[in-house]
Write a protein that binds this ligand. Structure first.
Ligand SMILES: NC(=O)C1=CN([C@@H]2O[C@H](COP(=O)(O)OP(=O)(O)OC[C@H]3O[C@@H](n4cnc5c(N)ncnc54)[C@H](O)[C@@H]3O)[C@@H](O)[C@H]2O)C=CC1
Ligand SMILES: O=C(O)[C@H]1O[C@H](OP(=O)(O)OP(=O)(O)OC[C@H]2O[C@@H](n3ccc(=O)[nH]c3=O)[C@H](O)[C@@H]2O)[C@H](O)[C@@H](O)[C@@H]1O
Length: 464
């Protein structure tokens, strides 16, 4: 079965880049990404490629090649669902904020709405692909909804979780370690799996395309994120031990990472992991385990989140205690607000929580981030409901120049590992700051010796 038209529901951080690469590599397939968010679709269609709604290195080049040729962004959801033979569901699956499973379970209402819409609109057989990250056995629920249409249309459900990381999305898609496709093990199921394999085989070696049953595929996605986040919490736990003992967490990470069984990646101690998925996916895993009565399994994974919350709090508390136990009325410059470098995404960024804790201590914060817009920073803070919007605005300023952010500051906190932070004229920054001038490097990216030679009091995560 050869696919000619794809529709992807959800033009976010996953749907946009993933479909752009699929279209780029498969010029013979028409790929349309649809979304209810008109502003987002308009931004995907903007002539000026700097205005795409997602910032990812390499994305604008891919979009420039494929858009208008076989890649389209549209708000015409029903028409595109009806015309496509393959429909990807790539909508958000946030943590539930109400009712049963509040603050733990994944909220599947957007996914269910998609399934109902497909059921209502479809007049021909479809392959429905779960691209969103979903709890294990969600495919069953989607299938049940789709099978209720009673109009004779047949559906095959595939699980095809996405493993891209923000900031490296295009590279991760073009050179994926593996693509995972889970499907029903019947003849029709295998045919559907093959149709999706063919799409990825346009640019990936066959051996990197893994096929499994649906439940293994769904659970592998949650497991992969849990393992990755666990490594960050593990090294962050060790960072606290390093600070208390005189060991250096970078040296420890290097020493253990050279063991081929451990490996060097994902061992950077930090102010805490952020991003839209690690926390939500682990909470989801914990919820599933608890629902199945597997309390030991749930407790084990929950600890990853507990350690991450501790790391963010500890970073903020260290700033307060080092600044002579008070930051009231003191100016703290934040370098970085995004949850990692090379993205404009701020969801669950450690910066939000560190700022909130320091604002509670009556600090004044000046933020500079190369890619995050001021309104996003205020939206993030206001969403916590710790204080009024007016109070947040009065206590925190966003500036578009790092030197301005640091001027008259008592301390600088590095929250994101943007490369440009290492290239600044640190002497110039020092000269404009209050003395003693403190730097709290939550990413361990600045040159310690250089900063100390200038006169800074320098503190880094994981070093005494
Ligand atoms: N952000 C990431 O790096 C990764 C995310 N994922 C998973 O992919 C899924 C999507 O994540 P993101 O792209 O980050 O979310 P996002 O929030 O950036 O995008 C989701 C989009 O879906 C749209 N949408 C929601 N309901 C809709 C409906 N009924 N019809 C049409 N459009 C609808 C929203 O308007 C939004 O633009 C989530 O399940 C997430 O866990 C997986 C791997 C990586
Ligand atoms: O499901 C998802 O959403 C995605 O989640 C992560 O990707 P992402 O959150 O975009 O970015 P990561 O590079 O994993 O970083 C997550 C957080 O951990 C932090 N981190 C990462 C690595 C490290 O060594 N130390 C560390 O503190 C980062 O700064 C960031 O805040 C996974 O890496 C992707 O494989 C997955 O597809």
């Amino acid at each position: 079965m050869k696919i000619k038209k794809i529709c992807c529901i959800g033009a976010g951080y996953v749907g946009g880049p993933t479909m752009s690469v699929i279209a780029d590599k498969n010029p013979g397939i028409q790929v349309t990404v649809v979304d209810i968010n008109e502003a987002r679709i308009k931004a995907w269609n903007s002539e000026n490629l700097d205005e795409l709604p997602v910032y990812e290195p390499g994305l604008s080049e891919v979009v420039a090649r494929a858009r208008g040729r076989n890649l389209f962004f549209s708000t015409e959801i029903e028409k595109n669902i009806d015309e496509a033979e393959m429909i990807f569901i790539s909508v958000n699956t946030p943590t539930k904020t109400y009712g049963k499973g509040k603050n733990m379970a994944a909220d599947l209402k957007y996914v269910e709405l998609c399934a109902r819409q497909i059921a209502n609109v479809a007049t021909s057989d479809k392959i429905v692909v779960e691209k969103s990250t979903l709890p294990v056995r969600t495919a069953q629920a989607i299938k049940t909804i789709l099978d209720q249409t009673g109009n004779g249309v047949k559906f095959q459900i595939l699980s095809n979780p996405e493993f891209l990381a923000e900031g490296t999305a295009i590279q991760d898609l073009e050179q994926a370690d593996r693509v995972l496709i889970g499907g029903e093990q019947s003849a029709e199921g295998k045919q559907a799996i093959q149709a999706l394999v063919d799409i990825y085989a346009a640019w990936l070696p066959q051996e990197n395309i893994l096929t499994t049953n649906v439940w293994s595929s769904e659970l592998s996605k949650l497991t992969a994120n849990a393992f990755l986040a666990q490594r960050v919490s593990s090294i962050n736990a060790i960072s606290e031990l390093c600070e208390a003992t005189g060991a250096d967490v970078s040296e420890v990470a290097k020493a253990i990472g050279m063991d081929s069984r451990i490996g060097p990646k994902f061992l950077k101690a930090s102010v805490g992991f952020g991003g839209s998925c690690f926390q939500k996916d682990i909470l989801n895993l914990v919820y599933i385990a608890k629902s199945l009565g597997l309390d030991n399994v749930a407790d084990y994974w929950e600890q990853v989140i507990i350690m991450n919350d501790h790391q963010k709090r500890r970073f903020a508390e260290n700033i307060v205690s080092t600044l002579f136990n008070t930051v009231s009325g003191k100016k703290i410059a934040f370098l970085g607000w995004a949850f990692k470098k090379d993205t404009n995404d701020t969801r669950e960024s450690a910066a939000i929580y560190v700022a909130d804790l320091l604002l509670e201590e009556q600090a004044e914060i000046q933020v500079y981030d190369p890619k995050v817009k001021p309104h996003q920073i205020y939206t993030d803070l206001n969403a916590l409901n710790t204080r009024t919007e007016e109070e947040n605005k009065a206590q925190l300023q966003v500036v578009n120049n790092p030197y301005e952010a640091c001027k008259d500051a008592h301390a600088i906190a590095v929250l994101t590992e943007w490369d440009e932070f290492t290239t600044y004229d640190w002497k110039r920054i020092y000269d404009t700051m209050k003395k003693p001038a403190f730097v709290f490097d939550g990413r361990k990216i600045l040159k310690e010796e250089e900063l100390k030679a200038i006169g800074f009091e320098y503190y880094a995560i994981g070093k005494a």
